[in-house]
Design a protein around this ligand. Structure first.
Ligand SMILES: C[S@@+](CC[C@H](N)C(=O)[O-])C[C@H]1O[C@@H](n2cnc3c(N)ncnc32)[C@H](O)[C@@H]1O
Length: 201
């Protein structure tokens, strides 16, 4: 029962509630802004987002970059992300696919920057996904992952979801990023319990 609730509201959003929530994910805008600040996108960047939900951050990124791709495993999220980014799709600037972040359908060295926002805690095999990020990023490519810090208050705040979330201490995140090959790695806790991980290939 709780598992179904977590899926519908966050892990694989669907139905009326999922659509309403991720069409305007108010609680995630701060993480989106921190991500964009850190990535400092340039027009020639090729941007990747995994777990793009309703495609709001993707839409913001497309104000700066010419080319972007995104993946989400929820059919409902792919649909609303495509609706929101219809113009860029018709211009051939963006591709949004349904699939699992553990197996990205793109070639090695395809992107200059990549991100995962408020979804990494749902990944059961974090090293596989980090390896995929590393594989598809070009040398020098930048990665930003925003997640939730591993401390008591967010656990209380997200009590209904917490049992399904994998939260990592900053040192654990750093270790995993370095383990798959990333060179410059920094992991920080910021406001609103946001944990921001930055790494370069
Ligand atoms: C909490 S929502 C966040 C959506 C969006 N990033 C945001 O911040 O508004 C998590 C998203 O990650 C997607 N997701 C979770 N695990 C995934 C996986 N293994 N592969 C692809 N998408 C995944 C879900 O379908 C959902 O859209």
């Amino acid at each position: 029962m709780l598992d179904r609730f977590v899926d519908m509201t966050a892990r694989r959003p669907s139905g009326w509630f999922g659509k309403k929530m991720y069409n305007n994910p108010r609680g995630h805008y701060r993480a989106f802004c921190l991500t964009l600040d850190k990535l400092a996108l340039k027009p020639d960047d090729v941007f990747l987002e995994i777990g793009c939900g309703g495609g709001v951050l993707l839409n913001m990124a497309l104000e700066s970059v010419a080319q972007a791709k995104a993946i989400d495993h929820s059919p409902d999220m792919v649909r609303i992300a495509r609706d929101r980014n219809q113009e860029a799709i018709s211009e051939g600037r963006v591709e949004i696919v349904q699939g699992n972040a553990e197996s990205l359908p793109w070639d090695d060295n395809s992107f200059t920057c990549a991100t995962a926002n408020q979804m990494f805690f749902f990944i059961d095999k974090p090293l596989i996904v980090l390896k995929e990020f590393y594989r598809v990023l070009k040398p020098g490519g930048r990665l930003v992952i925003t997640s939730t810090e591993d401390s008591i208050l967010p656990k209380l705040l997200f009590v209904l979801w917490y049992h399904s979330m994998h939260l990592y201490k900053n040192q654990e995140m750093e270790y995993m990023l370095k383990q798959v090959g990333f060179q410059t790695v920094e992991v920080k806790n910021l406001e609103r319990f946001i944990q921001l991980s930055y790494a370069e290939k």
